[in-house]
Design a protein around this ligand. Structure first.
Ligand SMILES: [Mg+2]
Length: 353
């Protein structure tokens, strides 16, 4: 495990989203007629592509109904801080879903998470009322999934990856066979118990965030404390001066950069929310009030001031990060110089001179 890069794959429905949005979408907009197909899939009698194709026959939804449906869905509130922490520590987070982009992507965008990698099935509008379904990964099916998570992880895994999977249900069974660590809840946890598969139970993403904080000792590299101590001991034995100070300082700087990156991500998200709010206020006011002078409007002025103060805060954090980065470069160069000076080869060279 030492020195491996962590990659995290998360299920969407019931894991990132608090509900199974896909099931709810198909049961709601087929007036329950998709339910028998969902049950057949859950009992393993049909694959998920077949389940969706059967459900599509009864699907009847307008764009407005879909927007209302999407706006009513919510994410695990600890998912955003978890994503920010991962971004600050260069840990890739991808979403693997046997559900549909039609609701996953807008829900992520609404939560200011559009940059996450999403691998799922596709459902697109063809005209105002008609939806068309597409299964871009079905040719790699396991016979049970339309988008097999096991296939996706095999495809996306690189040498030295330490793969973590987070999930809650039946669509995750192929995924968990391919990973190094499973976080499971609900029916996935029950399945793991039945099959005696090792996993860590979780309730929400704050549990996974805490695990990462405990186990990540260097930037996206999982190194146990005993390994680190061993490395330090070897360096001390080699007679490298100031190693302890160098490692301690470096660890603090990495933490400082990580913290700054998280702050910056948070400010950017707050700013985007305010822009969104501003757009909505302006739109509503322009629709209702003819001849509205925008820069004299108190609500508009308030949001603009907030955006401007976030802008200043952002500049401050970016400057701080630049300074910490410079300090880190200098300390790395100085430590490397010291290591170079005290290495046996250099010492030998000096002696022979
Ligand atoms: Mg799920």
């Amino acid at each position: 495990m030492t020195g491996k890069r962590i990659k995290i794959f998360c299920d969407f429905d019931g894991t990132i989203a608090t509900e199974d949005v896909g099931d709810l979408f198909f049961t709601t907009f087929t007036q329950g007629k998709a339910l028998p197909a969902i049950q057949l899939w859950e009992s393993g009698k049909i694959d998920s592509r077949e389940m969706y194709l059967r459900g599509m026959q009864y699907l009847n939804v307008s764009k407005n109904q879909l927007n209302d449906f999407i706006n009513a869905r919510s994410l695990d509130t600890t998912f955003v801080p978890f994503v920010d922490f991962c971004a600050a520590n260069d840990i890739p987070v991808s979403i693997l879903s046997d559900g549909m982009d039609l609701y996953i992507k807008p829900i992520l965008e609404r939560n200011y998470l559009p940059a996450l990698n999403v691998y799922c099935n596709e459902l697109h509008w063809n005209g105002e009322q008609k939806l068309e379904i597409n299964f871009p990964y079905f040719e790699h099916t396991c016979g049970r999934c339309a988008n097999c998570k096991g296939y996706q992880i095999r495809r996306l895994r690189e040498n030295d990856d330490f793969i973590i999977f987070v999930g809650d249900g039946y669509s995750d069974l192929c995924g968990i066979k391919e990973v190094d660590l499973i976080f499971a809840k609900d029916s996935l946890a029950a399945y793991c118990d039945r099959e005696k598969i090792k996993y860590l139970a979780f309730e929400n993403f704050s549990n996974i965030l805490n695990w990462l904080k405990l186990n990540l000792t260097e930037k996206n590299t999982e190194v146990s404390m005993s390994d680190k101590a061993d490395k330090l001991w070897q360096d001390v034995k080699k007679g490298v001066k100031d190693t302890v100070t160098y490692v301690t300082e470096k660890t603090e700087e990495l933490t400082a950069i990580g913290r700054l990156k998280m702050d910056i991500a948070g400010i950017k998200r707050k700013t985007e929310k305010k822009y969104n709010e501003l757009g909505r206020i302006v739109y509503d006011k322009l629709e209702k009030e003819e001849g509205l002078v925008l820069d004299a409007d108190e609500d508009v002025k308030k949001v603009i001031e907030e955006i401007s103060s976030f802008g200043k805060e952002l500049k401050g954090k970016e400057k701080e990060m630049e300074e910490v980065g410079k300090k880190e470069e200098e300390s790395t160069a100085a430590a490397e110089e010291k290591i170079e000076e005290s290495s046996p080869e250099t010492e030998g060279k000096k002696d022979s001179e």
